[in-house]
Write a protein that binds this ligand. Structure first.
Ligand code: IVH
Length: 682
């Protein structure tokens, strides 16, 4: 039946009414049409389209889940690459970034920046031709992505047709081509519901909302995608100037408003900031508030507002120079506990380790996390297959912080620490009142190999070439049973090791001999006394100038050393009272190791900063932060992140912030880089 004008008009009206209603419902979250009315209109449009297939257009609301499942997705090259963002984790790194772009634009002192939430989802690039969505592509590797248009259409907050404002002469014309970028994500409640359903069906659970969203976007059956209720926040508008009736915005703020006017969901928690302080207030504010949001965020994104400035700054080969992601240091993400393994450390401590479905956390992929000890295990009540929350704060090893008991698969097995050492098979011991379970078998191969590796490590005896595989063989063959045995090893003995050649063996013998020259502080650290890390070893070695003196010193006197304290002192005492340790020291002394400090040279001692605490703030003129830190530590000083009354010096660079203010308040000495170098004697 030929389609008449009335039907054409009716179909267009229905599309427009349904589009409006869907926008109000999904994007504005303010429904303006009862569901029953929406359904009636929707069915009327469906019927019309069935009767007159020529009325069917790709942006019809009936086409969100129209097409048959795809065979596979095709690769599409992005017109403009999807860059990723450089990360900063604190104000100093943020200011470093600011200083870098300001060097390129010396005339611009402080520029307005737009701060937005960093949505933890999957980036999408959407192309609209003459106002109609024609393509949706995943980020892929940033250069090429996958065409997932069918799936993108199912996302209710992505308009199939751009909203065009009424102008003086009727509806305005959209630009011929326009690209919108943003983040597709799964709201937390939807993520939880999906995993609950999968659990009931016995399918593998998604580790976190981002993985679930990524998996959903790559589903071949768009019906499945529609059921999963993905959402989308738009944050980038790419529009050639001077086309259509939409005025091309000249800054990011206007672009976000424009995206909103075009019918997209734009995150409302955005701000224009005029200074680094304002940026930081926004960042700190959201560090707390983000936990109340119904979706995950992993930081904030700061973009210089002016497009003109953005264009002048351009891109490095990876990142825009005009934007940066300020990430939150401690991140928590859910993932699945696949199994638990047990590690035996050099002190015999038994550490349970969670083996996890790999998950992105603070910029790295995490597949293992510590479970600390038996007490923590008991608190966590872990079952294999549990959904657990892992957290990573700064440099600290990831840890499992919580179990989501509600998501536990049926019949999941509870996990308990073994009662014997997994390496030597001897019973383990958990002293009353202590959290740590230990293997107390002094000849446990795990303890021996751990202590030898520690002894040979860079900060201790620095025996290069004595890698794990050799340590293992030396132990297996019974050539070594303590670090003292290393000094009795002969070339002939080393040559009996599998794959050991003459050259390597000679090098190793000489490296072991050279290690006899390491100073007393390094030897002390190498002994691996509990709680005596390299800094504490330096402090102790400086105050107690030989093993003999230290072994004869009482706990109280040790505890009085600045920075040591009673717990460490007690651990040192406990070590020295074990007869086997006394024998070890005797053998080391006989082998020619330095169990005494070298005679002091005149003038400044070797560690003039020992026991002193430094804080670095701002951008230093020549030294990187890591360099400044390294040099201070090399002279015995400590570098900490925050200023307190115990801080001795604050090293102040350009754009220093609150730390300098605090130093002033507390009357702490401030140093320029130059003054620091002078103090260092450089
Ligand atoms: S802007 C060149 N804004 O974060 C501009 N990205 O780590 C690059 N993201 O790939 C993107 N929220 O997937 C921008 N408000 C936001 C964002 C955001 C989340 C994602 C995006 C990007 C990744 C970079």
């Amino acid at each position: 039946m030929a389609v008449n004008e009335k039907s054409v008009k009716r179909a267009a009206d229905l599309r427009s009414q349904l589009q409006k209603a869907s926008y109000a419902y999904y994007v504005l979250d303010a429904p303006d049409l009862p569901d029953s009315v929406y359904d009636r209109l929707y069915r009327e449009l469906q019927a019309l389209e069935a009767q007159h297939p020529e009325l069917l257009v790709t942006d019809s609301p009936t086409q969100r889940v129209g097409a048959a499942p795809a065979e596979q997705f095709t690769s599409v090259a992005h017109n403009i690459p999807l860059y990723s963002l450089e990360n900063a984790f604190d104000i100093e790194e943020y200011k470093d970034w600011q200083a870098r772009w300001q060097r390129l634009e010396p005339d611009v002192k402080e520029a307005d920046a737009v701060t937005e939430l960093k949505i933890d989802g999957n980036a999408l690039a959407l192309t609209y031709e003459n106002g109609v969505l024609v393509r949706g592509v995943t980020r892929g590797d940033g250069i090429t992505g996958e065409d997932i248009t069918q799936n993108v259409r199912t996302i209710r907050t992505i308009p199939l047709r751009l909203r065009m404002e009424e102008g003086p002469s009727g509806k305005q014309t959209p630009p011929p081509v326009l690209e919108v970028r943003g983040e597709a994500f799964l709201p937390l409640d939807v993520f939880e519901a999906i995993n609950k359903k999968r659990e009931a069906e016995g399918t593998a659970l998604f580790a976190n909302p981002r993985n679930a969203a990524a998996g959903t976007l790559r589903q071949l059956d768009a019906q499945v995608v529609a059921d999963r209720q993905l959402d989308f926040f738009a944050y980038t508008l790419i529009m050639p100037a001077g086309t259509g009736d939409v005025t091309a915005p000249s800054d990011q703020w206007a672009a976000l408003e424009c995206l909103q006017a075009l019918g997209f969901r734009v995150n409302p928690n955005r701000k224009v900031c005029g200074s680094a302080v304002e940026v930081f207030d926004y960042y700190s504010d959201w560090e707390e508030k983000r936990h109340d949001l119904p979706y995950l965020t992993d930081g904030v994104v700061v973009k210089l507002n002016s497009f003109e400035l953005q264009d002048r700054l351009g891109f490095t080969n990876k990142f825009p120079r005009w934007a940066i992601a300020l990430k939150y240091p401690a991140e928590e993400v859910p993932t699945i506990l696949e199994s638990v393994t047990v590690q035996v450390g050099r002190t015999g401590a038994i550490t349970p380790v969670a083996e996890l479905s790999p998950v992105q956390l603070a910029g790295t992929t995490v597949s293992r996390a510590t479970l600390h000890n038996a007490d923590r295990l008991a608190e966590l009540d872990l079952h294999i297959g549990d959904t657990v929350i892992v957290r990573k704060a700064g440099e600290i090893i990831p840890e499992v912080v919580r179990t989501i008991v509600d998501l536990r698969p049926e019949g999941a097995q509870a996990y308990h620490l073994p009662s014997t050492c997994p390496v030597c098979g001897q019973p383990v011991v958990k002293p009353e009142g202590e959290a740590v379970t230990r293997c107390v078998n002094r000849s446990c191969p795990a303890i021996l190999s751990g202590s030898i590796r520690h002894w040979a490590s860079r900060d201790a005896m620095d025996i290069s070439g004595l890698g794990d595989r050799w340590v293992q063989q030396l132990l297996d063959q019974g050539l070594v049973a303590s670090v003292a045995d290393l000094y009795d090893l002969t070339l002939a003995e080393l040559l009996t090791l599998d794959r050991m050649g003459e050259k390597l063996a000679t090098k190793l013998v000489s490296a072991i001999a050279q290690s006899k020259q390491r100073p007393w502080a390094k030897v002390l650290y190498g002994l691996g006394i509990r709680l005596v890390g390299s800094t504490n070893a330096k402090l102790l070695a400086e105050n107690f100038r030989s093993a003999q003196v230290l072994s004869e010193t009482g706990g109280d006197a040790i505890a009085r050393v600045y920075g040591i304290g009673p717990e460490i002192a007690q651990s040192v005492r406990q070590w020295f009272v074990v007869p086997a340790n006394g024998e070890l020291l005797e053998r080391l002394a006989a082998a020619g190791l330095q169990l005494e400090a070298a005679a002091e040279t005149e003038g400044a001692g070797p560690l003039p900063f020992a026991g002193q605490s430094f804080v670095l703030t701002g951008t230093l003129p020549t030294l990187k932060r890591s360099e400044a830190k390294g040099r201070i530590e090399a002279k015995g000083g400590r570098v900490s992140g925050s200023v307190s009354s115990k801080t001795d010096y604050v090293v102040v660079g350009e754009n220093a912030g609150s730390k300098q203010e605090k130093a002033e308040k507390l009357g702490i000495r401030q140093l320029s880089e130059e003054a620091l170098l002078e103090l260092l004697g450089e």
